[in-house]
Design a protein around this ligand. Structure first.
Ligand code: SF4
Ligand code: SF4
Length: 97
């Protein structure tokens, strides 16, 4: 069987308009979930700056939560946190939390 060329492959994942990222529930395929330790967190907002999905929720200059519908579990927030206040937990373990 002849392999398909790239022009024959069906188009997918197209973004046809600007400002529509919130329509995509990237959290639905997350494998690891960020869990923030409020005792360790000093609200420096580094995780908010680095999160590629704007999933760190901030109110009055403080972290108030994580938008798990849009967090894809990349772990950048945990990697960048200077206080190691965010731990990436396998989704399978989250139902016990
Ligand atoms: S980077 Fe860490 S210490 Fe800073 S706000 Fe985020 S969780 Fe808190
Ligand atoms: S795991 Fe990635 S997408 Fe989720 S809050 Fe952290 S930086 Fe944002």
């Amino acid at each position: 069987m002849k392999e398909k060329g790239w022009k024959e492959i069906p188009e997918g994942g197209l973004i046809l308009e600007g400002g529509n990222a919130s329509k995509y529930n990237t959290g639905s395929w997350r494998a690891f979930c960020p869990v923030r330790d409020e005792e360790k967190c000093v609200n420096c907002l580094t995780c908010w700056v680095y999160c590629p999905d704007s999933a760190i929720i901030v109110k009055d200059n403080k972290i108030v939560g994580i938008d798990l519908e849009h967090c894809k579990g990349c772990g950048i927030c945990a990697k960048q946190c200077p206080k190691q206040a965010i731990k990436m937990v396998p989704e399978g373990e989250m139902k016990d939390k």
